[in-house]
Design a protein around this ligand. Structure first.
Ligand SMILES: C[S@@+](CC[C@H](N)C(=O)[O-])C[C@H]1O[C@@H](n2cnc3c(N)ncnc32)[C@H](O)[C@@H]1O
Length: 231
């Protein structure tokens, strides 16, 4: 694959493909994904946290406009992320619902009481089958990850939440795309659940962290996750 800048590094680990580069240049070359599940740069992120991103809404719009193969898009954001960014989601995918991704212990975000994130789901919901008839509004609360076990990224998502999101927004046999991969939580969830995934990250340090996490996810599969796999 060659992007406009020509600068792309790629690793394939199990069924996950990790790409180092700018999603705006890469997504239009990608084929064979079914759902986008992502946690984009949010509009009120502290200045300088993600260098080079002046306008997170336009960035998300540029990327999603080229994700033409996605039947479903799930956008995950903190409860204090400005939801007006969601106007970047292509209108051809209808809105389905909001889902709350809760934490067992609430945290403090300045004056905001944390303790949950939100998922906004668009497109064609996964088909009805045993155990997935009614699309739920909330995930069971996640336990906060100990600081020492957290990847070295400013905002890694909870693996528990991401596994839940992957199960509700993709089907077994499908491929999930995360164009804002960060430390790779979406791909780690896909690896655990036996889904194929493609992740793109612009920052070389976060890309390496994601590669390490996906290698680890395949090295040490969780027996409980194995039970959740449906082929
Ligand atoms: C909110 S974070 C994602 C965190 C991720 N969900 C995790 O659990 O680690 C958004 C990520 O998008 C990356 N990013 C920003 N602009 C990008 C671009 N144009 N292409 C690809 N990645 C980009 C940032 O470096 C950051 O790691």
């Amino acid at each position: 694959m060659v992007s406009d800048s020509g600068f792309i590094k790629e690793r394939v680990i199990g069924d996950c493909r990790l790409i180092l580069g700018d999603s705006r240049e890469i997504v239009s070359y990608l084929e064979g994904y079914d759902a986008v599940i992502t946690d984009p740069v949010w509009p009120n992120a502290p200045q300088g946290m993600f260098p080079g991103v002046d306008n997170p809404r336009d960035l998300l719009e540029d990327v999603l406009a080229h994700c033409t193969e996605a039947q479903r898009i799930a956008i995950i954001m903190r409860c204090d992320s400005d939801p007006r960014i969601l106007s970047a989601v292509p209108e051809c995918l209808p809105f389905v619902r909001v889902q709350m991704l809760e934490y067992a212990v609430a945290g403090r975000m300045g004056r905001i009481l944390g303790g949950m994130e939100t998922l906004y789901g668009y497109g064609k919901p996964i088909p009805v089958r045993e155990g997935q008839r009614l699309i739920p509004g909330r995930c069971e609360p996640a336990q906060p990850t100990k600081k020492a076990d957290r990847p070295d990224h400013p905002c890694p998502r909870s693996l528990h939440h991401m596994k839940w999101a992957v199960r509700w927004w993709s089907e077994p046999g499908e491929t999930v795309l995360d164009p804002f991969m960060g430390s790779g939580t979406t791909l780690a969830a896909c690896a655990a659940l036996g889904r194929a995934a493609v992740g793109i990250e612009i920052d070389p340090d976060y890309f390496e962290i994601a590669c390490g996490r996906i290698e680890e996810a395949y090295r040490q599969p969780d027996l409980f996750d194995a039970l959740l796999r449906v082929s």
